[in-house]
Design a protein around this ligand. Structure first.
Ligand code: NAD
Length: 420
């Protein structure tokens, strides 16, 4: 099938992964496009009044990948390079991720092409509210539930919730997740993705029979996922020796003082210039010898150009789609590297988003302990199932995780049948 209008390197990558899994699962040709192609996509243009009085038009998207198992769920990305194809790929991965961990959702994703760091708070609020307004016909607690992703945060979710609620006429906390706790957010949601990454890293150490104490970790991306994963891995005894954000990378073989680094980032907005650490080339950082490498920034960072040189024992994919299919081919010749694939590794975020939605629908809130216990139980189950399938069928961890996710959506579509 012609991929248009989703054509983009990231969508092609998601399709390539799907095709490999469809072969493993022997899904009939006639079912493949039905499973793969997004169900709905919406592109909107949004005129926004800027602080200097100009009106600037932004382009935004929302893609809902499948509606077979319940409402759709997925983050909202504010980033200059957002395209419809990228959003569609991210929505597809959300579908397989939700099915892998057993959540009653289809995948979705949204995005606006903008640089939130160049917008004032007022401009960001007006853009967020305008985007939400445009999405009102296609979102809702039983329809599609946005959440934070790159460039958006709790405050953005609060504005989305407020805009939607103002239209409906009463507070609707269940329309978004990742909100402030005061507005119906869940305890533990902000930390869920990063802590989930660290939990699965600890399970990978157990599986490999390696000690965690003093092991070295390298983290690319120091936002919500990367910074929390770094702190949680340090709690497990790891030493974080290098981190990068969009402005550059820093390195200290003795281990970075993460509390001091967080204070530096809060003050300056960047990891660069952190006292005691050396600046280094961000591309070379990915090739530092370490036990754990956590890409937690953007897609397509581990490619055919560097996959042969990365020097970790565990590749823990905090980001969505950080490794290209060509890099996967190279990694398949490097069995010393244990990959925790993205749809498993970063699933803690959507799991606790699901808990938040359930709490909002019931207006009955859980303790942090209840949230974390339930999170680790679901992660453990998905990790064990993926590892077991990978060993039994001699599949990579990625193909095993995707097979579980795609297989469940396929089965659900067969059970529901084709209407009319
Ligand atoms: P964020 O906006 O909080 O942080 C992104 C970080 O990546 C920032 O530090 C930014 O400076 C850095 N970055 C951007 N481009 C970079 C580059 N080229 N090189 C190095 N660093 C770069 O975003 P986030 O929520 O932490 O999301 C990060 C990744 O995790 C994304 O792939 C996202 O889809 C995925 N993810 C996020 C969640 C969540 O709950 N927030 C859940 C699952 C997956």
């Amino acid at each position: 099938m012609n991929l248009h209008p989703f054509e983009s390197p990231t969508f092609e990558m998601a399709c390539r992964q799907f095709d490999l899994v469809a072969d493993v699962l022997e899904i009939p040709e006639a079912m493949r496009d039905r499973l793969k192609m997004p169900k709905r996509a919406m592109t909107v243009t949004m005129p926004v009044r800027m602080d200097d009085g100009r009106v600037q038009v932004f382009v935004g998207h929302r893609v809902q990948h499948h509606l077979t198992l319940g409402p759709t769920k997925g983050g909202v990305r504010f980033h200059p390079e957002v395209t419809l194809g990228e959003v569609a790929a991210l929505a597809m991965w959300m579908s397989w991720k939700c099915a892998l961990v057993g959540l009653p959702y289809g995948g979705a994703k949204g995005g606006v092409a903008c640089d939130p760091r160049q917008l004032s708070r007022g401009e960001l609020e007006r853009l967020t509210r305008r985007y939400t307004q445009e999405l009102i016909p296609v979102i809702g607690p039983q329809v599609d539930i946005p959440a934070p992703d790159v460039g958006s945060d709790e405050q953005v979710m609060a504005w989305m919730m407020d805009t939607y609620s103002s239209q409906v006429g009463h507070a609707v906390p269940g329309v978004v997740t990742g909100k402030p706790v005061l507005l119906g957010g869940s305890l533990g949601r902000r930390e869920a993705t990063g802590r989930g990454v660290a939990y699965l890293v600890s399970r990978a150490f157990d599986t490999l029979g390696l000690p965690m104490q003093g092991a070295r970790a390298v983290v690319q991306g120091y936002g919500n996922v990367g910074s929390v994963a770094a702190a949680a891995m340090a709690d497990h005894g790891l030493k974080v020796i290098a981190v990068a954000d969009v402005s550059g990378a820093i390195h200290d073989e003795r281990g970075l003082d993460l509390k001091a680094l967080d204070a530096h980032v809060a003050k300056t907005g960047s990891v660069l210039g952190f006292a005691g650490a050396q600046a280094m080339d961000p591309a070379a950082m990915l090739e530092l010898p370490c036990e754990v490498l956590v890409p937690a920034a953007m897609e397509r960072q581990i490619t055919e150009h560097n996959a042969g040189r990365i020097a970790c024992r565990i590749l823990a994919e905090g980001a969505n789609g950080p490794t290209t299919p060509k890099a996967d081919e190279i990694l398949s010749q490097r069995p010393e590297i244990f990959v925790i694939p993205d749809i498993l590794c970063n699933s803690g975020g959507v799991i606790v988003s699901y808990f938040e939605w359930v709490q909002d629908l019931q207006s009955f809130f859980w303790t942090q302990g209840e949230v974390m216990d339930r999170l680790y139980r679901l992660l453990e189950q998905a990790f064990v199932q993926t590892l077991e399938l990978s060993r039994r069928r001699h599949l990579s961890m990625r193909l095993a995780a995707l097979s579980l996710g795609v297989g469940r959506v396929h089965e659900a579509k067969l059970r529901r049948g084709l209407y009319p």
